[in-house]
Design a protein. Structure first.
Length: 116
């Protein structure tokens, strides 16, 4: 009997409400990442079907790439995973950053600096 180790679920809820198991996930030699496949991998990690490390290894993803998918789903939903949307989002984000740099705006101070 294993103690302190959580069991993995056999299935998790996918991005469109369907049940996902390991065999339903995209193949590990994926070269073309469409919205559905990205969302399935994020759902598998969020649901505990795969660990973050396993997903990155299995699909040859960087940590930053996976986290960008996760953040995009949180901020913009599934349509945000489109390449054209990401480009627009990043361009708008950079424009805001450039504007604050040009005006000399300082980033907000950390309200709890002693807790880091």
């Amino acid at each position: 009997m294993e103690i302190g180790r959580q069991r993995r679920p056999e299935r998790v809820i996918g991005p469109f409400g369907e049940a996902l198991s390991l065999k339903d996930l995209p193949k590990n030699n994926m070269t073309r990442w469409v919205i559905r496949r990205k969302a399935e991998v994020v759902a598998a990690v969020n649901g505990g079907l795969l660990t973050l490390e396993e997903a990155c290894d299995r699909y040859n993803l960087s940590l930053e790439e996976f986290i960008s998918w996760q953040d995009t789903i949180d901020k913009a939903g599934l349509p945000g995973l489109r390449i054209s949307y990401l480009t627009q989002y990043r361009t708008e984000d950079r424009a805001k950053q450039d504007a604050s740099e040009q005006t000399g705006a300082q980033p907000p101070k950390d309200p709890l600096p002693d807790l880091h």
